[in-house]
Design a protein. Sequence first.
Length: 555
Amino acid sequence: MENQFTNSDIAEILSTTGKLMDLHDVDPQRAKAYVDCVFTLERLDEQIAGMNPGKIAQIRGYGRIIQPAILEILQTGTLQELSHLMEITPKGIFDIMQVKGLGVKKVKTLWKEVGIDNLNALKKACEEDVIAGIKGFGAKTQESILSSIAFLESLKGKMRLDQALVLGQEILDKLKVSYPEVELSGELKRIENVISELTFIVKKDGFGGIKLSEGEFEQDLKNSSPSTWRGWFKGFEILLVVEKVSSNDWVNKKLLRSASPEHLKMQNKEGETFLSVLSSNRFESEEAAYSAMGCPYIIPEMRSSMILPSEDEIVEWKDITGALHNHSTYSDGEASVEAMAQACRDLGFVYFGIADHSQTAAYAKGLWPETVSKQHKEIDALNAKYNGQFRIFKGIESDILNDGSLDYEEEVLKSFDYIVASVHSVLNMDEEKATARLIRAIENPYTKILGHPTGRLLLRRTGYPIDYKKVIDACAANGVVMELNANPWRLDLDWTWIPYCLEKGVMISINPDAHSTQGLLDIKYGVMVARKAGLPRKMTLNALSVDEVAKVFGC
């Protein structure tokens, strides 16, 4: 049976193979073909795993070289050539290839000509000013390499929220086999954007510490203690902490271990901190502990700060009525408009907003005006078919151009029900220019939602610098909704700025940025982090009725 690899999986294997071939000076023509085919492969409307060999060969540029390689990947899960190349490549080279700004040519120079084959050696060479003197590098590149290495080092042992949730549940299930009363705690309990430690508490009275299966759990004996097991699970780099807690201390420890240091500094009217209250009293319930602080119960997600919940109901998954900012096969999505809309209906939503890429985004098959017209006609036909029982909003994710203007002429812009304005290029502007660029886009009368405002990719790249208050103030002044992009790579706008949005009356739209029907479920991650900020349902755009959303869009 063939491996059901996605186009992205196949593209990654071919790209890696091509780069390693280039690194080892193996068949330059084939190496280039492997790398070049990735652009086309990731933008195919159809999954290549479902095609017959003849059809694969008919794709432009996929004949003699690419088609056999793809068939081998589908049949074996890899390329024999890739396995060989990985064997003869020092492991440290793969780390160096992750350094931003270092292409294969520069990596080859560092390895073959200078003898640098790992990150530590590269870092030391930069600190000793060696790299600046290498032809083709210079002081600026050396500084950039050091900055990128520091960023990579900061990521070690960390996981995205979605990955940590899956791993955390697997570990929780295994712990419950030996310890019936176990609870998730720490960062994952609080739903932090990035998780650096998986923490659990186990109810256990009497003598003896925590014992875990050596086959799956690796203990760090040096840093463990009789009450706390520290180590790793199945070779994952992220630290695992399992703490033994007595029945008498169970409620207090649940609060202590789920709260951040900042939350524990919260004070009551007498000036006592939450930490002090928990340390000097024993509570029967979490609600009683917060009552002793003179405040309402605070959900675990909100225990990262001192923000208190408002009287309004905090948004939940069950409140979500629709999905806005989604992509289809018209641009770089994997499903048709109708299939995406049906997936929304299956989730119980009452509307769907399509926001494919605009024409400037050629890398994502951005829509030209004639394609926009074709899509709108299809949407009109589908809406007629739904007969008022479901609605598709006509949107676009318009690129914010370098000067802050939107993609398309006004005649095209006004044909949409709404526009998500987003930055996808020139991400290296300074704060002043980046802020001015966003504000000009916000002030455009056709902009309804500001998409992923900082462009960050968690554990990959930091967002571009912006003056958050000026950008949010501009949204308030122009009636623009702020996006909380729920894709777990983004979670952008960061939840810490949602309270300021609420203060200024700026609504939040929890958008999945879905490129597939499965991607629609990413909304749940957005809801999780929105709850950290106490986002009320009434200030969540996609928790409104279809008529209320239409009113916000003015359509």
